[in-house]
Write a protein that binds this ligand. Sequence first.
Ligand code: HEM
Length: 137
Amino acid sequence: MDFIKQFHSGWAYLTILMGVVFVISTLIYAISKKDTDATIKKIGLFTTITFHVQLLVGLVYYIMMFTSLEPSNIMADKGLRLTFVEHPMMMIAGVIFMTIANAKLKRSTTVPMKVTVFALIGLACILSRIPYNVWFA
Ligand code: HEM
């Protein structure tokens, strides 16, 4: 349990960093109308892998936490609602947006602005529902 918690907590830094790198680099490519090359495709691939690893570890962490949870009303408690409903839902949505952005990137010859828009929405979903009080405690 402790390893999963530490991993999920630490890997989150890499996830956010890769998300920011992806948004900025696709924005630069889109503005300068550069062709989709191996470099941007690699950034897209590494970002997607980083996000999916975090998603899978998050799911494992969730199951472990959920099974050791005392019977309680999750929706009525602000903290529990964030941990067990809002955080997972928004993170899954964020990963879906990022995955769509990468899929669109792979299929294009020049990087379209919609790739950056999808990635930005994904990143916003993620940043909006991170339990910062637990993370920085
Ligand atoms: C890109 C995706 C994700 C990011 C960036 C992320 C980030 C984080 C961070 C920073 C924490 C606080 C860790 C700590 O220091 O204890 C956390 C906690 C947690 N995450 Fe995620 N997470 C992601 C996806 C998920 C998913 C998909 C699930 C479950 C389906 C999940 C379940 C949890 C749970 C149960 C906690 C514990 C919260 C608590 O202790 O109150 N995470 N997550």
